[in-house]
Write a protein that binds this ligand. Structure first.
Ligand code: 13P
Length: 255
């Protein structure tokens, strides 16, 4: 059984006062039926880890450098994230791919470093609007998967997030069939590459305009094991109902 995962990506949002939201989340979900991960900006990671000590929330980074240390002004390495208590890192987010020119090959190198440092890697894939209209979405996703995911991946250190670029921050959501098609495809590809056992145990998140009012439907789709949430993860008020929807989806149908 894959344990569900609700992950929040704060992107370049959050000041120290935002850490109060973590307290509120931990209070609202002291013993959740799913894993909870928040990835705040780098400036808040150490303080967030301290705040969340002993509670249900894990803290992660939003990217890392491909070297462990050295002359790379402004960058942060996987071992630094691990050192301050982060347990995970988002890699290959479309905003990193677009803003910083990260290729899938780069993402694989970052993921190798992060996994070697003991971090869980949340590797993002997703097509643009143009790609969805002009080509076969599954070809795009397939290429991103094979190039971005390192061989060192396991059911424990790999999470894959499907984030269609056109759905991020737009309020535009793919249909349930579209999400299901891509998630089933990702599952099949992982099983092919890593074997049935490992492929089955990797968690697959959907990301892109997940909100309280669409979460229940999204979490009912096959092979959706949780969500990577942007805007709606910034406050406990918005993120809590999404967590509740995920917890409800994790329970057997007759309970
Ligand atoms: P939104 O939930 O704000 O659409 O962002 C999704 C995302 O990019 C999460 O990584």
């Amino acid at each position: 059984m894959r344990r569900k995962l609700a992950a929040g990506n704060w992107k370049m949002n959050g000041l120290r006062s935002s850490l109060d939201e973590l307290d509120a989340l931990a209070k609202a979900h002291p013993d959740p039926d799913c894993d909870l991960l928040i990835c705040p900006p780098a400036t808040l990671i150490a303080a967030a880890v301290d705040r969340c000590q002993g509670g249900p929330l894990r803290i992660g980074g939003q990217t890392c450098h491909m070297n462990m240390e050295g002359p790379h002004t402004g960058d942060i390495s996987a071992q630094m994230l691990r050192d301050v208590g982060a347990t995970a890192v988002i890699l290959g987010h479309s905003e990193r791919r677009a803003d910083h020119g990260e290729s899938s090959e780069d993402v694989r190198t970052l993921a190798q470093m992060a996994q070697a440092a003991g971090l869980q890697t949340v590797i993002c894939v997703g097509e643009s609007q143009f790609q969805r209209e002009a080509t076969n979405t599954l070809d795009i996703i397939g290429a991103q998967l094979s190039l971005s995911i390192p061989d060192s991946s396991t059911g424990e250190n790999l999470v894959v997030a499907y984030e269609p670029i056109w759905a991020i921050g737009t309020g535009q959501i793919p249909t349930a069939d579209q999400i299901g098609e891509v998630h089933d495809f990702i599952r099949a590809r992982l099983e092919q590459r890593f074997g049935y056992g490992v492929g089955k145990s990797v968690r697959l998140l959907y990301g892109g305009s997940v909100k309280a009012d669409n979460a229940q439907e999204i979490f009912g789709i096959s092979n959706v094991d949780g969500a990577l949430v942007g805007g709606a993860s910034l406050t406990a008020k918005d993120f809590s109902p999404i967590i509740e929807a995920l917890e409800a989806s994790a329970l057997p149908a007759d309970s």
